[in-house]
Ligand binder design. Structure first.
Ligand code: PMP
Length: 390
C-alpha cells in the first residue's frame, strides 16, 4: 500500500527552524520564523495574556465545554470590532458574519472553501489572484478547495517598493468579478503596503470591475504599531462597499501562535444575506472542525478587555500629570491592576464630581476603569482636576 504516495518535501520555514535548533554553534541566529522573540531570543508572553491566563485559571465557571460552532460570541464580536472598528456601520447593520477559526490559516481555508462552494464564478473556472510574491501557504490553501492561483504584480525589485502600475493593470485586465487576495497590512513577505491614495485607487477599480476582495490580515498592529491605523484599508474598502471577506489572525499580534485564534468575517450587502452566509459557514465549519478551540479565544477576549483598561490607566495618568499638573500623586492609577481604581479623592470631591460634572462613582472614590474610553477620558480627567482643586 501507498506505493503511489510520493515523498513530499518538508515545509521550508519549519525545516529552517529544525536546522537552527539542531545547530550547536554558539552565535547562531534564526531569522526565518515569523514569531516574536525578546532581546534574549526567547518567546515572549504578553503581560496582558499572562493576566488573562490567571483570570481563566481562577474562574471556575470557565469549563471545557464545547463552544458554539461559530465560536465564542464575546470573542467574535470583539474580533469584528477590532478589525472593522467599534463604530462600524456594517456591524451595526448586521451585515457582518463572523466565525471563529483555527487562526489565520483556518480563516483563509474556510473563506476559500466558502467561495469555492458559493461564489458566483463566471464559467466553471475557479481562480484567485494572489500578490507576487505572497505567503507561501496561500496557493496551497486555495488549491485544496479547487481554486487555482494566478498572480498579480506586486513587488518591484528595482524600487524595492510596490509595483503599483502592474497591480492596477492586473485589476483592470482581470475579468469582472475576479477574486483578489489582498494583504490588509504589513505585506508578507515584502513588508511593502500601498499608500492611502493607492488604496483609494485600488478600491475604485475593484468597485468598477465588481471584483471580490479576499483580505488577509495576519499582522494588525505590526505595520504602524496602531491597531486602528493598520485596519484603515479594510475599513475603507468596507465603507466604499467593496464586496469582501477578511481573514484575521491573532497569532502574531497577541503572541498566541500555538493556540490557533482567528476569525473569518464575511461582509454582506444586507442582514438577510449575512444570515444565510452564516448558516452555510456553520454547516462547513461543523464538518471540518465541529467547534473551534475555547482556550485561546477566551485569552484573547479577556486580554482585549485588560489591554484597554491598561491603556486607559496610562492615558488618565498622562493627562493628570503631564497636561493638567493636577495636585497630588497619581502613580497609583498606573500601579493598580484590574478593573477598579481607588482614586484617593475625598467623599466631598467624589460628590462634587457627580453633582457638578455628572460623573457617577461611589463616594469612596472608586472608579471602574471600564467606564472610561477614548471619548470621555479627557472630560473625566479635567473634571477630576477641577474637583481636586476645589
Ligand atoms: N496570512 C499571512 C499573510 C501570514 O503571514 C500568516 C502567518 N505566517 C497567516 C496568514 C496565518 O498564520 P496563522 O495560521 O498562524 O494565524
Amino acid at each position: 500500500l501507498w506505493q503511489n504516495v510520493p515523498l513530499a518535501p518538508p515545509d521550508s520555514i519549519f525545516k529552517l527552524t529544525a536546522a537552527y535548533k539542531a545547530d550547536t554553534f554558539d552565535k547562531k541566529v534564526n531569522l526565518g520564523v515569523g514569531a516574536y522573540r525578546d532581546d534574549n531570543d526567547k518567546p515572549w508572553i504578553l503581560p496582558v495574556v499572562r493576566k488573562a491566563e490567571e483570570i481563566i485559571l481562577n474562574t471556575p465557571a470557565l469549563d471545557h465545554e464545547y463552544l458554539p460552532i461559530t465560536g465564542l460570541p464575546e470573542f467574535t464580536i470583539a474580533a469584528a470590532k477590532l478589525i472593522l472598528g467599534p463604530d462600524s456601520s456594517a456591524i451595526a447593520e448586521g451585515r457582518v458574519t463572523t466565525v471563529q477559526t483555527i487562526s489565520g490559516t483556518g480563516a483563509n481555508h474556510l473563506g476559500a472553501l466558502f467561495l469555492s462552494r458559493f461564489y458566483q464564478w463566471s464559467g466553471d473556472k475557479k481562480e484567485v489572484y494572489l500578490s507576487d510574491p505572497t505567503w507561501a501557504n496561500h496557493p496551497a490553501i486555495f488549491n485544496n478547495v479547487g481554486i487555482a492561483s494566478l498572480y498579480y504584480p506586486y513587488y518591484d525589485p528595482k524600487t524595492i517598493g510596490l509595483n503599483f502600475d502592474g497591480f492596477v493593470s492586473s485589476l483592470k485586465s482581470a475579468p469582472s468579478g475576479s477574486v483578489f487576495l489582498i494583504h490588509a497590512c504589513a505585506h508578507n513577505p515584502t513588508g511593502v503596503d500601498p499608500t492611502r491614495d493607492q488604496w483609494d485607487a485600488i478600491a475604485k477599480i475593484m468597485l468598477d470591475k465588481g471584483h471580490y476582495g479576499f483580505f488577509d490580515c495576519a499582522y494588525q498592529g505590526f505595520a504602524s504599531g496602531d491597531l486602528d491605523n493598520d485596519a484603515w484599508a479594510v475599513r475603507f474598502f468596507v465603507d466604499k462597499g467593496v464586496n469582501m471577506l477578511i481573514c484575521q489572525s491573532f497569532a502574531k499580534n497577541a503572541g498566541l501562535y500555538g493556540e490557533r485564534v482567528g476569525a473569518l468575517h464575511v461582509v454582506s450587502p444586507n442582514k438577510e444575506a449575512a444570515e444565510r452566509v452564516k448558516s452555510q459557514l456553520s454547516v462547513l465549519q461543523r464538518s471540518e472542525i465541529s467547534n473551534p478551540p475555547s482556550y485561546g479565544a477566551r485569552i484573547r477576549d479577556i486580554s482585549t478587555m485588560a489591554g484597554r483598561i491598561i491603556d486607559m490607566r496610562k492615558e488618565l495618568f498622562k493627562i493628570l500629570t503631564e497636561e493638567l499638573h493636577t495636585p497630588g500623586n497619581w502613580d497609583h492609577i498606573v500601579n493598580q491592576i484590574g478593573m477598579f481604581s481607588f482614586t484617593g479623592i475625598t467623599p466631598e470631591q467624589s460628590k462634587a464630581l457627580t453633582e457638578k460634572a455628572h460623573i457617577y462613582l461611589t463616594v469612596n472614590g472608586r472608579i471602574s476603569m471600564t467606564g472610561l474610553n477614548r471619548n470621555n477620558i479627557r472630560y473625566f480627567a479635567t473634571s477630576l482636576d477641577a474637583a481636586v482643586r476645589g
